[in-house]
Design a binder for this molecule. Structure first.
Ligand SMILES: [Zn+2]
Length: 196
């Protein structure tokens, strides 16, 4: 496992917003039951359905979903985290460390794994996939439960790769992104306070 492989995996993500581990950490810190919902909206980004991921980040999706259960509150936490992340910490980290968006996302996931023991995977069976399929349908988007579950499986594999590779890439990220390293945790705590 080297930095290139992790970077390539992350390139497949091409996400807007925080990395998957960061989303899980925020979700679990707000409440454990939010965890799957807090990861869910990026299922399409990593599996070739980027436009369906955009829908899952929208307020229209949460409104069409209806019942305010733990899953959809996790989805809301995800969307809020992306907005707070993109509008604040990420831009400053990129400027201070002269780093790419991808580097900052990945570095923070790795720091969380090494420094805060964020090593758990998430249980995709706690995502309300059937209800999500109906919600997409109500908004005029055809998607199957299989497509969503495949996307969630990709997210699980990315997080597994991060856990496996964390110790190998950690020293490099610490030395290349010193500002990000010094400031990411307080940034995440303030996001948790705001969305919680
Ligand atoms: Zn997202």
């Amino acid at each position: 496992m080297n930095r290139q492989i992790l970077l390539l995996t992350f390139l497949a993500l091409l996400t807007i917003g925080a990395g998957p581990k960061t989303h899980q950490y925020v979700g679990e810190s707000v409440s454990r039951s939010y965890s799957c919902g807090a990861i869910f909206p990026d299922w399409g980004t990593v599996s070739g359905y980027g436009e369906l991921s955009v829908v899952a980040h929208s307020e229209a999706f949460r409104e069409a979903y209806g019942s305010p259960d733990a899953f959809i509150r996790g989805v809301a936490v995800h969307a809020a985290t992306d907005i707070l992340w993109d509008s604040g910490f990420k831009a400053e980290a990129m400027a201070q460390d002269e780093a790419s968006e991808l580097d900052v996302e990945m570095a923070v996931d790795i720091f969380l794994i090494i420094e805060h023991g964020a090593r758990r995977s998430f249980d995709s069976s706690t995502c309300q996939v059937d209800k999500a399929v109906r919600t997409y349908g109500a908004l005029g988007h055809d998607v199957t439960g299989q497509q969503i579950n495949d996307g969630l499986a990709v997210l699980q594999r990315i997080m597994l790769l991060e856990r496996i590779g964390a110790w190998f890439v950690y020293p490099d990220f610490v030395s290349r992104l010193p500002w990000t390293h010094a400031n990411y945790y307080s940034a995440i705590r303030s996001i948790i306070n705001e969305v919680g």
